[in-house]
Design a protein around this ligand. Structure first.
Ligand code: NDP
Ligand code: 8X3
Length: 249
């Protein structure tokens, strides 16, 4: 029987690549995001027997609970949760920071991850199996100039990953943290308010990671035998030896 994975932020980038790779490996996937047209297009492309979509904003506890509880019983039997929805917004000194950017990152990257995890972890706990994969960042292991609040949210994801692992182990629920360096997705476009030229420059002069590299790591983690848990993976472009350090040609 196919396993079921729920992937938040499956409308682009790492989430979409992960959904595709899990589908190739006989999973059924629940894909979420706010952009309804992208969700619909993906479901039409793959088929509603394999893909279920939920359109909601992870920042709203009410929307999260309503959407997840609306799943048909057979789709609630989730084996893998990939907490991927997230963003960076802005890049600048904290003393000049934009509080709307701060609130959005904190509400999405930390509170959104918690809202979704609370519902799904209870289902996994009841059936005594499951695997939660949190997409953190190298920004959750280190800090870099002007990354302040984004880095703080990803440090929180790292802390929550470790806390979840401790609290869920007795229920046989695995927890993995995956922490990428620079991956070319829509991430930088979002960070720079839709400025495609500025976003493109982030990835110039070196070989960045691509979303498939991170999907591959997610699949590696979730395909280990039951007694093996991958706690933590930090995955960097070879040209990025540390957060905020990139060797360009
Ligand atoms: P993308 O911008 O391509 O994808 C982000 C995804 O998150 C989209 O599907 C978006 O869906 C979803 N999302 C954002 N905000 C919300 C929200 N409020 N409610 C629901 N869904 C939301 O970026 P990436 O694929 O790169 O990012 C995925 C994750 O990887 C993020 O957590 C990011 O921090 C992390 N990461 C990215 C790195 C990179 O260099 N790209 C490196 C390290 C970590 P929609 O807009 O439809 O709601
Ligand atoms: C994003 C990682 O290094 O591009 O989470 O800021 S980096």
């Amino acid at each position: 029987m196919s396993k079921i994975a729920l992937i938040t932020g499956g409308t682009s980038g790492i989430g979409l690549a992960t959904a595709k790779l899990l589908l190739e490996n006989d999973y059924k996937v629940i894909v979420t995001g706010r952009r309804a047209e992208r969700l619909l297009q993906f479901q039409e492309e793959i088929g509603s027997d394999k893909v279920y979509t939920l359109c909601f904003d992870v920042r709203s506890d009410e929307e999260v609970n309503f959407a997840l509880n609306s799943l048909p019983a057979e789709w609630k039997n989730i084996d893998v949760l990939v907490n991927n929805a997230g963003l960076a917004w802005g890049l600048g000194q904290f003393f000049n920071g934009n509080t709307t950017h701060w609130d959005t990152m904190i509400d999405t990257n930390i509170k959104g991850l918690l809202y979704v995890s609370k519902v799904v972890a209870n289902w996994m706990k009841d059936k005594k199996s499951g695997h939660i994969v949190n997409i953190g960042s190298i920004a959750g292991k280190d800090v870099y100039m002007n990354g302040n609040v984004y880095c703080a949210t990803k440090h929180a994801v790292d802390a929550l990953t470790r806390a979840m692992r401790i609290e869920l182990a007795e229920f046989k629920v695995k927890v993995t943290g995956i922490h990428p360096g620079a991956v070319e997705t829509e991430f930088s476009e979002v960070r720079f308010d839709g400025d495609k030229d500025r976003a493109k420059k982030v990835y110039e002069g070196f070989e960045n990671l691509i979303a498939d590299d991170i999907a591959d790591a997610v699949y590696y983690a979730v395909s280990r035998p039951a007694h093996v848990n991958i706690n933590d993976l930090v995955i960097m472009p070879t040209a990025q030896p540390a957060a905020g350090v990139i060797h360009r040609n």
